[in-house]
Write a protein of this length. Structure first.
Length: 245
C-alpha cells in the first residue's frame, strides 16, 4: 500500500446522490468501498460534508443568521456520519463516530488521541459536526483532523469531477487535467483545489492531497494502493520524503 493512514473527505452531495437527504443505496456503496480499504490494512478516518441537508452560506442568502445556519449544517453532517457508520458495521467494519459538538447518546466527543487509538485498532473513525464552530468549511476540518491524527494524505473524493483541471471541465471541454501539481502552482493559477484555509493548512504542513472522482467504484482503494488516479497536490517532489506516486 502507498499509504498506511488516510483521511477521506466526502462531500454531503455524495450521500444524497444529488438530492436532499440520504440515499441508502449510495451510502451502502461508499461503505463497501471504505470496507475494502480498511480490510486491505489501511487505517481510515473520514470527514463528511452536510450539503445534502443544509448549507450555511446558502441559508444565509435567504435571510438566516449565518452562525445558526452553520450549526444546522453541522447537525446534518452528523446524520450523514450515523448513516455511514450503520452501513460500515453491516459490512463488518468496527466504526466510531466522534463529533465536535457533544452528543453523548449517538457519538463520542472528538478526542484526537482516542481517535488515533481507534485507528491503530483497525476501526474506521468518522468525524462529525464539522469543527463545532461556524464559518469553517468541512474541507478545513478535513485538513485539521488529518494533521492532528497524523494521517499521511487527504483524499478528496469528488462527485462529477475526476481531478484538478486548468479550467472548469463542465464549461470548458478543452480543459486540461493535472496528474500532479504543487501547492505553489495551484495558488499561482488560482485553481480551486479546496477551501482556501484547508489549502493553506496542507501547504504549510506539507500534507499531500489527492483530488479524485468517486466513480467508478473501487477508486478509493486504487488511490491508497498508489495508482495514478486524480490529481496529487503536494509541496513538490521529495518535499516530505514520501510521495509514492
Amino acid at each position: 500500500m502507498a499509504y498506511e493512514r488516510v483521511l477521506l473527505k466526502l462531500s454531503g452531495e455524495v450521500f444524497g446522490g444529488g438530492k436532499v437527504g440520504v440515499d441508502p443505496d449510495v451510502v451502502r456503496g461508499i461503505a463497501r468501498e471504505v470496507a475494502s480499504v480498511q480490510q486491505a490494512g489501511v487505517q481510515v478516518a473520514i470527514v463528511t460534508g452536510g450539503g445534502n441537508f443544509f448549507r450555511g452560506a446558502e441559508l444565509q442568502q435567504h435571510g438566516m443568521d449565518r452562525a445558526r445556519a452553520d450549526y444546522m449544517g453541522m447537525l446534518g453532517i452528523v446524520m450523514n456520519c450515523l448513516a455511514l457508520q450503520d452501513f460500515l458495521e453491516k459490512e463488518g467494519v468496527e466504526t466510531r463516530v466522534q463529533t465536535a459538538i457533544t452528543m453523548g447518546q449517538v457519538a463520542e466527543p472528538y478526542i484526537p488521541r482516542k481517535a488515533i487509538r481507534h485507528l491503530e485498532k483497525g476501526r474506521v473513525v468518522i468525524f462529525g459536526a464539522g469543527a463545532g464552530l461556524p464559518y469553517f468549511s468541512t474541507d478545513t476540518v478535513a485538513a485539521q483532523r488529518a494533521l492532528e491524527t497524523k494521517c499521511e494524505v487527504v483524499l478528496m473524493g469528488k462527485n462529477g469531477v475526476d481531478g484538478v483541471y486548468d479550467a472548469d471541465p463542465r464549461t470548458h471541454p478543452d480543459a486540461v487535467k493535472y496528474d500532479e501539481l504543487s501547492f505553489d502552482d495551484a495558488l499561482r493559477q488560482g485553481l480551486k483545489v479546496a477551501d482556501a484555509t484547508a489549502f493553506a493548512l496542507c501547504m504549510e504542513n506539507k500534507l499531500p492531497m489527492v483530488v479524485f472522482g468517486m466513480s467508478p467504484e473501487g477508486n478509493i482503494l486504487r488511490v491508497v494502493q498508489g495508482e495514478k488516479i486524480g490529481t496529487l497536490v503536494s509541496a513538490g517532489p521529495g518535499s516530505d520524503g514520501r510521495h509514492p506516486r
